[in-house]
Design a protein around this ligand. Structure first.
Ligand SMILES: N[C@@H](CCC(=O)N[C@@H](CS)C(=O)NCC(=O)O)C(=O)O
Length: 210
């Protein structure tokens, strides 16, 4: 049995953050498919046995369940002494970007992509609102990445893995590569890491799309 079991699916950027980190660390892990698109995370069984918050990802290690991608990655960084900060200041700066990602990027791009690409919804007030918000956050990230290879340190950290996730599905929700050129360069830096894989090559898919 593998050391780590990661519950989720390939369409989930939040699951991908953790899967990418496990893969880049060369950890002994396996993916456990969650049938999200048929409502598994909404079942009583899932919420009782796996995650009371009703979300993916969930990481199982030594029989312990962990949720929230940022918390899971922080745990992995500390345990494997990789992709985290060395000092308290560095750790806080990583946390700052993980929180920013969770609030202003992943939490907005995820639902936008869900509505537009997965549900084929026409543009509406909600999609316009989400797009306006995440485009501002993308501009902020792009500006931050001017003359930087990585978001926080001069090496990749879990902040990079958190922020990049939904951007690798960019063709599905209309990421504007011409507008965010620093982000494009940074995504290529991540792609250049030994062991990097696209979400669809790293995790089991729930849909025949993409
Ligand atoms: N902040 C959480 C977000 C996780 C999340 O939103 N996962 C989505 C799938 S990508 C989910 O399970 N959503 C279920 C729902 O909102 O009902 C994390 O980083 O783990």
């Amino acid at each position: 049995m593998s050391e780590y079991k990661l519950y989720g699916m390939a369409e989930s950027g939040h699951t991908y953050k953790v899967a990418l980190m496990l893969e880049l660390m060369g950890a002994d892990w396996q993916a456990e498919f969650v049938d999200f698109f048929n409502g598994e995370t909404r079942t009583e069984k899932y919420r009782t046995e796996l995650n009371a918050m009703g979300e993916v990802p969930v990481l199982i290690v030594d029989g312990q369940k962990m949720t929230q991608s940022g918390v899971i990655m922080d745990y992995l960084a500390e345990k494997h002494n990789q992709f985290g900060g060395n000092t308290a200041d560095e750790k806080r700066e990583i946390l700052r970007w993980v929180l920013y990602d969770n609030h202003k990027l992943s939490a907005l791009i995820g639902p936008y992509r869900f509505m537009k690409f997965i549900k084929d919804m026409p543009d509406n007030d909600v999609t316009a609102f989400l797009k306006g918000r995440f485009e501002d956050a993308l501009s902020i990230l792009d500006k931050h990445l001017t003359d930087k290879d990585w978001v926080v340190l001069n090496r990749p950290t879990l902040a990079d893995f958190s922020l990049c996730s939904y951007l690798y599905f960019g063709d599905e929700w209309g990421f504007d590569a011409e507008k965010y050129t620093n982000i494009v360069k940074w995504l290529d830096n991540l792609k250049g890491l030994k062991g990097w894989k696209h979400p669809y090559d790293l995790l089991p898919k729930g849909l025949n799309k993409g």
